[in-house]
Design a protein around this ligand. Sequence first.
Ligand code: ZN
Ligand code: ZN
Length: 340
Amino acid sequence: MKPLFHPRLVNDPFGDPGLYIDFLFDRRAILFDLGDLSPLSARQILKVSHAFVSHTHMDHFAGFDTLLRLLLGREKVLHLYGPPGFIDRVGHKLAAYTWNLVANYQSDFVVQATEVHPDGTLLAAEFRSRTEFRRVPLDPPDMPAGLLLDEETFQVRVTFLDHQIPCLAFALEEKFHVNVWKNGLEDLGLPTGPWLRELKSAVARGEPDGMPVSVRWRENGSFLERTVSLGDLKEKVLRIVPGQKIAYVTDVGYTPENVKAILDLAWGADSLFIETAFTHEEERRAAEKYHLTARQAGKLARAAGAKRLIPFHFSPKHSAEGDRLVNEAMAAFEQSPAAG
Ligand SMILES: [Zn+2]
Ligand SMILES: [Zn+2]
């Protein structure tokens, strides 16, 4: 199966946290956390439509300026999500600069910020470059509690965790996945290409089987076109299977409430990105700082039934022994005898 989402950590596991998720066949990406974004190319940053910030400790939010610097002067809406107080903080960041020239730009760069509260309430506001980023309240999106974004093919869920302050964890879930059967395409004499995304979208919208689907492509210098019914394509080319799930959990204490919330969120994830800040020996220190040990992270990934565990956010104290954190997490995840 060709996955729709292609996640990768922005930095090495000792660097700032941040997960960049690229979308297949789409000039689009989302970010979980905005730490140091300098490893991302301008091209990658321009694809970002939505960014979700777990909390505003600096290592998770300092990259806001990188986004702003690059997107300023472009016709674009950037959607940001964060914990209580987030809109104020976005406003403070924008208020740090002088904008008298920007109002004359042709383009209007817009930041839409949404903050989520523990009872599920959402607040939203907009900041437009054309009005020197003055804050204007918006009607918040109408979402069931626990959901931040609900699109045709995927959604983003959120849960509250305790990091001595509220900290958000996120899960990106594809609603279902449509596989394309290459032999079926060949039998119908059709090429692969971006048209398949349109086709998947038609399936997601529940279009009737009789709907005609036109496919245009170039072969040996000439343009070809064929029209096939959606029902035919569904039968001969598509296989519908469960969707992909990616969970992102960082900066949390190992408390019973956090464990429960993490398991609910990360249940059955294909990939769980989870902090492994400290070693098991430092369990007390981890608890004082409201962070996880590698063993706790591994246990959580195992209990959640995650298929893959990707550890990150290593404490700089362990800069010479990153392998130790990885091994400890993996031992607990695979429950080998070393896990204890
Ligand atoms: Zn933190
Ligand atoms: Zn952190």
